[in-house]
Design a protein around this ligand. Sequence first.
Ligand code: PRP
Ligand code: MN
Ligand code: MG
Length: 177
Amino acid sequence: MQKPYVIDEMISAKSIAARLEELCREIHDEFQGTDKLVVVGLLRGSFVFIADLVRELDLPIEVDFLEASSYGDGMESSREVRILKDLRGAIEGRDVLVVEDIVDTGHTLHHVTGLLKSREPARLKTIALLDKPSRREVDMKADWTGFEIPDEFVVGYGIDFAQRNRNLPYIGKVRFT
Ligand code: PRP
Ligand code: MN
Ligand code: MG
């Protein structure tokens, strides 16, 4: 049984939208003139963020998805990341933007960017809505970050707690009661 908890709002839907506008201006500056930008969402957590992001981008884009699963080996802190669902399209010679909801230990984004770089895209950039730098285990930082947050258990705007609460329109903090 899940321990009872409440969710306190941490970042409002309005603040997210305002920050997203700022970030999209910078993304436009970076990719202005691209013939096509492949926007890659990392499932499942990024599905809300990528939906809002692409609707704010006035660039020729293609949307693709990749699903990775990270897990500890149960003994050491070494982490292994498996690809559960790969991209549909080729990215060689393409401009690519990887979209992640949150960077925590950094293993997921580190592994995925390593994999995608080996496919020789023209440009590979990353954006994460949230960053928890205090939890980092590998040297990894997204090119654009929405908000740096402390080490709190967050949910909403795509992010789950045991697969729940992804549909909240804001970022909330889990508090056990
Ligand atoms: C969460 C989150 C990031 C990743 C960050 O995904 O959405 O993808 O963990 O953690 P890391 O920096 O320590 O690798 P999760 O594996 O829970 O899958 P989900 O996106 O389907 O919820
Ligand atoms: Mn995820
Ligand atoms: Mg999750």
